[in-house]
Design a protein around this ligand. Structure first.
Ligand code: SF4
Length: 323
């Protein structure tokens, strides 16, 4: 295993609203290693995007630590040194809103180079052309406005912009979920290739668990602000443990008999995800869990390592560990 690039320790992000305090992210910890893709997976309202925005510095944490190569970066992006802003980049879900409609593609790609004082005008122009080639877009797109491009092309520009400053860590916030299926595979393949070529580390935020089978090295599942299972992608799909993970896996389509054999039997989801304002006590999942017992609504589950690097937060596994 390579060195950690990102360490999240007991991270909390709460929002005070007129309806009460939203506990969007509630004491989560995980590590992302150099060159790794960690998939952070959850339904809408699980806290996965809030985690991403807190790591990038859009939100300041309520408490807890964010360490980048050992350096504490638990501060809003405005307070971070420029070198850190260069090293950590993000690709947002919707390229339609993340690209400035009043700028040309050339200006959009040149901006991070200007901000980080990369070369002179000539060098930057050369680099913009290289970036367009890298994402397989024609050179004359330099003169086009974002609205003249298709959704997939705009997302390729957004990826090129994120990679312009040669970052080390890229946060991918549902980068393909707003796109047609036909273009999704192309973008995913590009991202995998860029990771190999540039030794990038990815924190991949998604609601699409099936996508993680071929993309992530490890997967963490979030539910109502908490992580409930974390394992290598192989272990995760072959030996899912947490009842919520099994529920998610049971509903994804499979393409081969081998996958059908290891897929959990269909579990019908019970109820909706509760509000993160005043979330349920005890295990956050107990209001929907088919395997809950008396303790589940009273006490938060502790983490149990059920296999090497395979962590589960569920009382059923605490009992097995003790018994
Ligand atoms: Fe279900 Fe209880 Fe495990 Fe939560 S702790 S997932 S409610 S069995």
């Amino acid at each position: 295993m390579r060195d950690p690039i990102l360490k999240i320790k007991d991270l909390k992000k709460y929002f005070v609203t007129s309806r009460g305090t939203v506990r969007a992210v509630d004491e989560i910890s995980f590590t992302l290693f150099e060159g790794e893709t960690l998939g952070l997976v959850g339904e809408s309202g699980s806290g996965k995007s809030t985690t991403a925005y807190t790591v990038i510095g859009i939100y300041a944490p309520t408490s807890g630590k964010i360490l980048f190569r050992g350096q504490d970066i638990s501060s809003p992006v405005s307070a971070r040194p420029k070198s850190l802003k260069r090293a950590i980049q993000i690709v947002f879900q919707d390229p339609g809103t993340s690209l400035n409609p009043r700028r040309t593609i050339g200006q959009i790609l040149e901006l991070p180079l200007r901000v980080h004082r990369v070369g002179d005008r000539h060098d930057r122009r050369k680099k913009v052309v290289e970036l367009l080639r890298m994402v397989e877009l024609p050179e004359d797109y330099i003169y086009k406005a974002p609205h003249m491009l298709g959704g997939g092309e705009r997302q390729m520009v957004a990826i090129a912009r994120a990679l312009a400053t040669e970052p080390d860590l890229v946060i991918l916030d549902e980068p393909t979920s707003a796109l047609d299926v036909s273009i999704q595979a192309k973008i995913i393949n590009m991202l995998i290739q860029f990771q190999k070529d540039m030794d990038l580390s990815y924190l991949f935020i998604t609601h699409d668990l099936s996508l993680m089978r071929n993309v992530a090295h490890r997967v963490a599942i979030m539910y109502l602000g908490k992580i409930c299972e974390l394992a290598s992608a192989v272990e995760f799909f072959e030996n899912p443990c947490h009842p919520y993970t099994k529920m998610l896996l049971s509903s994804i389509p499979v393409v081969s008999e081998e996958e059908e054999d290891v897929k959990p039997r269909k579990i019908v989801s019970r109820g909706e995800i509760p509000s993160p304002v005043n979330p349920p006590p005890g295990c956050r999942f107990h209001t929907r869990c088919m395997e809950r017992n008396g303790v589940c609504s009273k006490a938060l589950p502790k983490v149990v390592e059920v296999g090497e690097g395979h962590f589960v937060w569920c009382h059923l596994f605490e009992e097995k560990e003790e018994g």
